[in-house]
Ligand binder design. Structure first.
Ligand SMILES: [Mg+2]
Length: 277
């Protein structure tokens, strides 16, 4: 091969991928996952299957005195039962946001996410509405714990409630449009909604709900919708999946991805088959 050609090929190989392929590089690794979540029949099949299984699990969950939330303490057996659900990628499908970001070569950004939330256009995750109706028919309180957030820089009133929380109003509107239900005041717990509450994960809010209710079922798309990642031990908790914890698929984003900061880290996360003789 001629040196000039080798030099040209080497230079091309060093170019960032978008210049060669015509697509932005950032978030490229989420491309197939985003299309799968947005357009595949398989996604619909999985979410309907999960919610169907969760519906079938209601009687056993109600009969058990062991709460689904590991943060519960003291006597929970005599408290009224509740199901606690996450919102994003659990009951509302936001993949159109990820699709837009992917086309622009971007990942999650707080500003564009706030615009998406304000637009209240997220459709329901398939299967969610039928499950929520069944839970209510079984006398369960339906509570949403979401990391959609209030503005902690907007200050708090005398009761410690956030003064600035446009995402709360937007979320209520979107839930009503997509699922035909508008949660009451105590049925929607936002991030940074209360002054002084540690909302870095959802444990504190599960503990708060557990003071008044026995959380019989948890539904989410992220391990941290069930338990803090640092507290999860498979030998203790793997058996909760499919009985008390029901997980919707989300290969696009989530706390599982925190340890993979970039493409190189994702590649290092592969565990390849070793076919050496
Ligand atoms: Mg979620």
């Amino acid at each position: 091969m001629k040196p000039v050609l080798i030099a040209a090929l080497t230079a091309a190989a060093l170019l960032p991928l978008p210049a060669r392929a015509g697509y932005p590089l950032a978030e490229r690794e989420t491309l197939a996952a985003t299309v799968w979540m947005q357009s595949s029949v398989e996604m619909t099949g999985v979410t309907r299957s999960v919610y169907h299984a969760a519906t079938l699990a209601i009687p056993a969950a109600l009969a058990s005195t062991i709460p689904a939330a590991t943060e519960a303490a003291g006597d929970t057996a005599n408290k009224p039962p509740a199901v606690v659900l996450d919102i994003d990628e659990t009951v509302l499908n936001n993949v159109a946001y990820n699709a837009r970001q992917a086309l622009q070569g971007k990942g999650f950004e707080a500003a564009s996410w706030a615009r998406w939330v304000a637009a209240t256009q997220a459709p329901a995750i398939e299967g969610a509405k039928a499950f929520l109706d069944a839970a209510e028919q079984h006398g369960m309180k339906v509570i949403f714990i979401t990391n959609r957030e209030c503005d902690k820089h907007g200050g708090y009133d005398q009761r410690g409630r956030a003064l600035l929380c446009p995402q709360r109003a937007a979320t209520l509107k979107n839930l009503e449009a997509a699922l035909g239900r508008r949660p009451a005041d105590d049925e929607l717990l936002m991030r940074n909604e209360l002054a002084g509450r540690d909302d870095h994960d959802k444990s504190e809010r599960r503990r708060e709900v557990s003071r008044n209710y026995r959380i019989a079922l948890l539904v989410g798309d992220d391990l941290e919708d069930f338990i803090s990642r640092s507290r999860y031990q498979p030998e203790l908790y793997a058996g909760y999946f499919g009985t008390r914890w029901f997980v919707l698929p989300n290969p696009v984003y989530g706390s599982w991805k925190r340890q993979y900061k970039d493409s190189d880290a994702l590649y290092r996360g592969l565990k390849p088959w070793n076919d050496a003789p």
